[in-house]
Design a protein around this ligand. Structure first.
Ligand code: T4K
Length: 407
């Protein structure tokens, strides 16, 4: 909660960068975990301990799987220990090899899941006016070595799946999605989880609902589901019987207990996120040079990411300077997915000129600011932190000078 209420129309001299007194006594995080009923969670954990069945497809994981399937309306939604391993398993189960087209504007795990298996991630730019893969650009990156495309529903906003599935079908490529951000979201009224050959969700602590660490692979393809189940359990198809190379991708019972408890509070998490989203939007619409990523309210959304794009040409103050001003106030805004996968190792060394084909990604990486939301933040916190951004926008030169004096 904000320590003090600064007056509307605050001056640069009121900011923590000058006074040394932050608005918030405790850091305000992006990705503070949402927790359902603690009482129910503790009961489930106690049951698990008494049962002495901790992992290997135990009753909690089975119940979690059934609830996930029901929530998404998919045939299979297989819990996995985290989304990175889930991506690796899905990629392997789909038999992707050679080159796979992915956006560079994503969390590094999407690219690493390919490179880990010696598959080359071919970075594709985002579509104009979107933060997601551009199907037209993707078409131009196809070579004889291309075997697949991985779209990422960034911030839970669906990819252009019609264009991507058309392209994949025409070029005989496999298509899957990294839906890490998109649990509870829909496209054309259809739940994410039902698109492509399969879709991978993350239930990491920072996600909309979490299982501490966790993920899942959703698919409507029976054969693919069978393979994924084998692969996440070392390839065991029965006691002492291994039929293919696998890994340990199993979710444990405590994670499933947390996931189940979170699922029961999903409606409340969405409601809080939507309230926060609307509050931020009501302030952002008056900020010159700031574009807030909006969600189509006719669709189901989880509203988990509050994303501002800062156009420095208009604001006169950069995204990074705003991050510094907020940090002084104890607001830990994030620059996801700066600097872009192609500018991180090993990709930076492998493809030093990749940026030439990624102008929109590079521009976006300089502009994005992700702000705190979720059940750990109160409306007055949103007013207070938006007030800091508004001060920065009103007095860009003064803020810049104040920042220089403190650095
Ligand atoms: N694909 C995409 C598109 C993804 O975004 C991700 C994960 C993945 C794949 C892989 O999913 P997993 O294998 O993780 O299931 C965070 C998360 O660690 C990561 O899961 C997430 N994307 C990414 C967008 O955000 P970092 O490096 O920013 O984490 P960190 O430790 O800086 O935490 C973020 C903020 O959350 C901090 O301010 C602290 C706060 N926090 C964090 C944790 C873990 C808490 O308040 N409590 C906590 O328990 O990556």
């Amino acid at each position: 909660m904000a320590l003090e209420t600064r007056e509307l129309g605050q001056q640069v001299s009121d900011l923590a960068i000058v006074t040394g007194k932050p608005l918030f006594s405790e850091p305000l995080h992006v990705g503070r975990p949402n927790v359902g009923s603690e009482e129910v969670l503790l009961k489930r954990i106690q049951e698990t301990i008494h049962r002495r069945w901790f992992t290997n497809n135990g009753p909690m994981v089975q119940e979690f799987e059934a609830e996930l399937k029901r929530a998404l309306g998919v045939r299979h939604c297989i819990p996995i220990c985290n989304a990175t391993v889930a991506l690796e398993i899905a990629i392997r189960a789909l038999e992707l090899t050679g080159e796979v087209i992915v956006p560079s504007f994503t969390f590094i795990a999407t690219a690493h899941a390919l490179q880990w298996q010696e598959i080359t991630p071919v970075f594709c730019d985002i579509a104009p006016g979107s933060h997601n893969l551009d199907p037209e650009r993707a078409a131009r990156l196809i070579t004889p070595r291309t075997t697949g495309i991985i779209g990422v529903h960034v911030w839970g906003k669906p990819c252009d799946h019609e264009a991507l599935s058309r392209l994949a079908a025409e070029q005989n490529l496999k298509l899957m999605y990294d839906a890490s951000h998109a649990f509870g979201c829909s496209s054309g009224g259809r739940r994410i989880g039902n698109f492509g050959a399969c879709e991978v969700f993350s239930f990491h602590a920072t996600k909309f609902f979490n299982s501490f660490e966790g993920g899942a692979i959703a698919t409507n393809d029976e054969e693919l589901a069978r393979k994924i189940r084998l692969m996440k359990n070392f390839g065991f198809s029965g006691v002492d019987r291994v039929t293919l190379v696998g890994t340990n991708g199993k979710m444990n019972e405590i994670s499933a207990a947390m996931g189940l408890t979170g699922l029961e509070s999903l409606a409340q998490f969405i409601e809080t996120n939507r309230r926060n989203y609307r509050l931020y939007r009501s302030r952002a619409q008056h900020m010159r040079g700031v574009n807030m990523v909006s969600f189509d309210e006719r669709e189901a959304n989880n509203y988990q990411y509050i994303v501002f794009e800062i156009d420095e040409d208009v604001t006169g103050i950069s995204r990074d300077e705003i991050v510094q001003l907020l940090e002084a106030e104890n607001v830990l805004a994030r620059r996801y997915f700066y600097p872009g996968c192609h500018r991180m190792e090993p990709y930076k060394s492998y493809f030093p000129h990749a940026g030439l084909l990624l102008p929109r990604t590079e521009a976006l990486c300089e502009r994005v600011l992700v702000l705190p939301t979720g059940t750990a933040i109160e409306p007055q916190d949103i007013y207070a932190l938006c007030g800091v951004i508004e001060t920065a926008l009103r007095f860009p030169l003064e803020c810049r000078s104040a920042l220089r004096r403190t650095s």
